[in-house]
Design a protein around this ligand. Sequence first.
Ligand SMILES: Nc1nc2c(ncn2[C@@H]2O[C@H](COP(=O)(O)OP(=O)(O)OP(=O)(O)O)[C@@H](O)[C@H]2O)c(=O)[nH]1
Ligand SMILES: [Mg+2]
Length: 381
Amino acid sequence: MNIQWYPGHMTKTRRMIAEQIKHVDAVCEIVDARIPVSSRNPDVDELTAGKPRLVVLNRVDQADPDATKRWAAWFRAKGYAVMESDAKSGAGTKQFAAAVKTLLADKLRAYAEKGQNRVVRVMILGVPNVGKSTFINRIAGRKTAKTEDRPGVTRAKQWVPIDRGLELLDTPGILWPKFEDQSVGLNLAYTGAVKDEILDMETLGCHLMAYLGTNYPEALRTGYKLPSLPERQDGEEDVAWGYRLLEAAGKKRGFLISGGEVDTERMAKSCWTSTELASWDASHWKCRRRRNSLQRQNEGSAPMNCPSCGKEMERGSLYTELGRGLFFLPPGGKVGFWDTKRSVEQHGGIVLDGPHHIRGSDRATVHGYVCRACKKILLEY
Ligand SMILES: Nc1nc2c(ncn2[C@@H]2O[C@H](COP(=O)(O)OP(=O)(O)OP(=O)(O)O)[C@@H](O)[C@H]2O)c(=O)[nH]1
Ligand SMILES: [Mg+2]
């Protein structure tokens, strides 16, 4: 499913950011703790070059706490100041002032030595609907920026004075012209960063069902009271299998149209708001798109370091054919029915062992991590 949303106001916002960056002392990049990689705008590095950066993992109330801890460590290891917050309840937001002071310690010391009492200005950036304005309101202790549960609410820059020493700049959420990987677009759509009107909710529902069927089959089965889930056929695409899952769930819920066919569109729309799905949080998953949304990381897992050499491992699929040979493919890496060593490598994969080619129909695939340097493998189970 090809998702793209880059309306004119985002181009305008980009220009505004480039213009305002010279007036700020630091940048606070708010990411969604459920999808901390997909919700990072790749253009932000270029737009904010050189400014000290604080990364805020927001919506931690909706994310897997263990994964959030590991993501925080991952960002810290990359040299960013990091804090975790639930802007809705305010949990964690009180650390903001201290985090900014630590981030700008040298600058603030220099001002103090010169007897200057300068106002610190911080620009708040992030994808749409991640919680920028809510976060600012929490820091300010009053409702000064407009917030709503849909993307594209803030339409212009707004300076918010916090106290005599600190001002925050609220900005409209921005995406980027092309998502490099379709899973990035899906993650952003699942979590409400993309405007509903441009989404084909039925296809999005198919992808979500396929994701749940792969990762949470038991929750899907009990959530819709299905005796069993339709099995995925060999090589069946997400959309095709997801559609059959939608049909099964829709039939059980009695969403039928004339001729006894299942109203899959209605079913798809309901899977974002249904109470059965919302109660799946027992399995670290909430499916309500806006109010509860994805409880668990939909990014795959948090980073993993190689137990042998300590380098960061890559997550992806490992597959084999009848136990002969072993290949690794990164997410989104696709190869055909006949994979050759060359086609695997052309798609960023790694040939770990085995024959020159492998046939699609007999493949067994598992998810796991691989270390490109020493070829160590860790499997997820
Ligand atoms: N559960 C939860 N909801 C949050 C959190 N932060 C914000 N929200 C909710 O998310 C919705 C969007 O928040 P906003 O602050 O308007 O988001 P924004 O990033 O300013 O969005 P744009 O201005 O559209 O780019 C609101 O309904 C908030 O209540 C959080 O940490 N946890
Ligand atoms: Mg806003």
